[in-house]
Design a protein around this ligand. Structure first.
Ligand SMILES: Nc1ncnc2c1ncn2[C@@H]1O[C@H](COP(=O)(O)OP(=O)(O)O)[C@@H](O)[C@H]1O
Ligand code: SF4
Ligand SMILES: [Mg+2]
Length: 331
């Protein structure tokens, strides 16, 4: 049984134009995925695909004009969409923790690191200050910060980007979360630090038995650090499965294009597949497949409503012309 099950999630931006007519940007259009304890799910797709919006919709952190208008978010047996704001608030930061890009901007520049870690814990529990302090030191150690006791006194500006991200991960662990959502956690960090942070996340998923969702535009990160993946395009998951399965046997043309364009594949002498293009207009999406404008396999059958269909063991894709794609794809 998965810890988090998201089913058919729809999120819209609802506004009015100058003529006072309602305008709806359909940013999430039936997002479905799940993630279990001990597993890292990679949510991957180009900028604007709706990855962050998915995280914010799950966490109930949207601000108007964004609004979840349909679907279910089941977490540990509860439908989060039914929870009162107060209960949802308790759940965030305790059972579900979020790690974001630009860790320094998430830390309070005027408060020492240790104090921030302690506050995260005492705000959610009845723990004493001294117990919270001991826990903060333990968590700083768990994320590989040397001399954690001294580091408790550090100011955020004294930390490197990599160290700041470790502190944020320690903060995420303070309340023993069941799920960690990391949104582009290593964007902006140099490659070596990026690898250390992602190795750490993967290790913590096992040692702390949590579920993790890593949001990234970088397929290399998914290949190296995730167990399962969900490929997002224009507010939908278009393919999902075990990382190895999807990389060995990508089905959707968008996934195929992404994989064919990775440096590893190009190094193998594979032909570069052009797959770029403008993202679809969220105010006026096509009735069927959202990829239709970019897809060279498109025909009239692609204008019908689609579903995420099983194509293999735990492997699903949203495309009506998989046979034509398989036959016509350049080898
Ligand atoms: N106020 C808004 N009105 C309409 N669309 C918006 C608004 N804010 C964001 N969007 C759209 O929501 C989509 C999802 O964005 P986001 O989740 O941040 O993408 P990602 O994290 O995958 O890069 C984007 O295509 C963006 O253009
Ligand atoms: S073949 Fe049709 S359904 Fe499949 S990805 Fe292309 S446009 Fe979409
Ligand atoms: Mg984003």
């Amino acid at each position: 049984m998965s810890l988090l099950q998201v089913r058919d999630l729809h999120t819209h931006f609802i506004s009015r134009n100058l003529d006072n007519e309602i305008r709806v940007a359909k940013a999430l259009n039936g997002v479905s995925f799940e993630v279990s304890r001990g597993e890292v799910l990679g949510l991957v797709g180009e900028t604007g695909a709706g990855k962050s919006l998915t995280a914010y919709s799950v966490m109930d952190l949207l601000k108007p004009p964004a609004k979840v208008v349909g679907g279910t978010v089941e977490f540990d047996g509860r439908n989060l969409r039914d929870l009162e704001a107060e209960d949802m608030n308790k759940l965030r930061g305790s059972e579900i923790a979020m790690v974001v890009q630009n860790p320094r901007s998430s830390l309070d520049p005027l408060t020492r690191v240790g104090e921030q870690l302690i506050r995260v814990h005492t705000a959610h529990t009845d723990t004493s200050e001294s117990a919270a302090r001991a826990r903060a030191i333990e968590k700083l150690g768990a994320v590989g910060i040397p001399a954690p006791e001294q580091r408790m006194r550090a100011w955020p500006h004294e930390l490197s980007g990599g160290m700041a991200q470790r502190v944020l991960i320690a903060m995420a662990l303070m309340n023993e979360p069941k799920l960690i959502i990391a949104d582009e956690p290593t964007t902006g960090l140099d490659v070596t630090v990026q690898a250390q942070i992602l190795d750490l996340l993967r290790e913590l998923v096992v040692t702390h038995n949590v579920a993790a969702m890593v949001i990234t535009h970088d397929l290399g990160i998914v290949a190296h650090y995730c167990n399962r993946m969900a490929v997002m395009f224009a507010g939908r998951i278009v393919e999902t499965g075990d990382v190895e399965t999807v990389f060995d046997n990508p089905s959707h043309p968008y996934t195929r294009t992404l994989i064919a364009s990775t440096p590893e594949r190009l190094k193998e002498g594979k032909q570069k597949v052009l797959g770029g293009g403008a993202p679809p207009n969220l105010y006026n999406l096509p009735p069927g497949c959202h990829y239709v404008e970019r897809c060279r396999f498109a025909d009239e059958s692609c204008n019908k409503p689609l579903s995420l269909d099983q194509v293999g063991d735990g492997h699903f894709a949203m495309c009506t012309r998989l046979d034509a794609v398989r036959e016509g794809w350049p080898s």
